[in-house]
Design a binder for this molecule. Structure first.
Ligand SMILES: [Zn+2]
Length: 307
């Protein structure tokens, strides 16, 4: 062959594990490209598949370390909430979140094996149907998140597209509602996706929308108060939601409510980003008005009125 076309990353999580991953991404989110990879360096991990998520250049240039730290906060919040939920509901199908390990690209793709001459390859570009050089897509020292690969049918559980049985959705839907209740309205863990098995739910990549913290505190999918309002607009409570508090807007004028509805109704439902310019772009509401609403809106977590 003559060339080594692997990207690798260094030590993961203070172990001697490392990963190699492909040159072409297979999926992308708001802030990252996802690649198929393989673990190496530790006997119990050797050869096992993983997913490597490389932060997009525009994100880590603008936000430095912040992008992955925010994702780590989102994981920790989701993990803590899942622990509480599993105890409180004593469920036979506990919820678990896959822990991401954050690391950096060590060697970038495509060095000529004989002589180590940097050898640029054209790989899949940023947009479908385009190509770009590997160093543009995976810059040296790019930050990345490594997660173990989930075996089984990968499903988006917050997506009520109809083919999921009711009981498949009930627990994830109630879990999201529970996180809002348990955090007293300060955080909502949603966008639940992963695998359901006899042993329980394994989720990856949760989105956390927050209120009372700076916008984007939990990363690129933190939609703030607008995200919370949007979730509850679509959410249908089930048996497991009994007694959980819901958000109530207590202070907006009629005009402001109209603007809020416009933002929420036009919010992209998938791979959304908190950046006000994107919310602005999709809703036609100016970024100034969006910021004003995000900063002024008062959302109280209240108990359901007795029927
Ligand atoms: Zn509910």
């Amino acid at each position: 062959m003559g060339s080594n076309q692997s990207n690798t990353s260094k030590v993961i999580g203070y172990t001697s594990a490392w990963v190699e991953f492909e040159d072409d991404w297979f999926d992308q989110g708001a802030s990252r490209y996802a690649y198929k990879g393989t673990f190496h360096g530790e006997p119990h991990l050797e050869g096992k598949p993983c997913v490597v998520k490389v932060y997009k250049e525009e994100w880590y240039e603008r936000m430095s370390e912040y992008a992955w730290k925010a994702d780590d906060r989102a994981y920790c919040k989701a993990h803590d909430m899942a622990r509480l939920f599993n105890i409180r509901y004593n469920t036979s199908k506990p919820i678990e979140f896959v822990k991401p390990e954050f690391t950096q690209v060590d060697t970038r793709a495509a060095y000529n094996f004989l002589g180590f001459i940097p050898f640029e390859r054209n790989v899949k570009g940023k947009l479908p149907g385009t190509s770009d050089s590997v160093s543009n897509i995976i810059p040296a020292n790019a930050t990345l998140a490594v997660e173990r690969y989930l075996e089984g049918d990968y499903v988006k559980f917050n997506n009520n597209s109809g083919y999921l049985a009711r009981e498949d959705i009930a627990t994830p839907a109630a879990f999201s509602h529970f996180t809002y209740h348990e955090s007293n309205g300060t955080a909502l863990v949603c966008d639940l996706q992963g695998v359901r098995s006899r042993a329980g739910y394994k989720f990856t990549d949760p989105a956390v929308s927050s209120s009372g913290t700076q916008l984007g505190f939990y990363g690129s999918t933190d939609l703030g108060i607008c995200g919370i309002v949007k979730f509850f607009k679509n959410h249908r409570c089930n048996e497991l939601c009994k007694g959980l508090k819901k958000p109530k807007i207590t202070n907006l004028s009629l005009g402001e409510r109209v603007v809020l509805a416009k933002i929420v109704d036009n919010m992209p439902s998938h791979s959304a980003s908190t950046h006000t310019y994107q919310l602005s772009l999709s809703s036609g509401v100016s970024t100034r008005d969006i910021n004003r609403i995000q900063n002024n809106i008062r959302l109280e977590a209240v108990s359901e009125e007795p029927v």
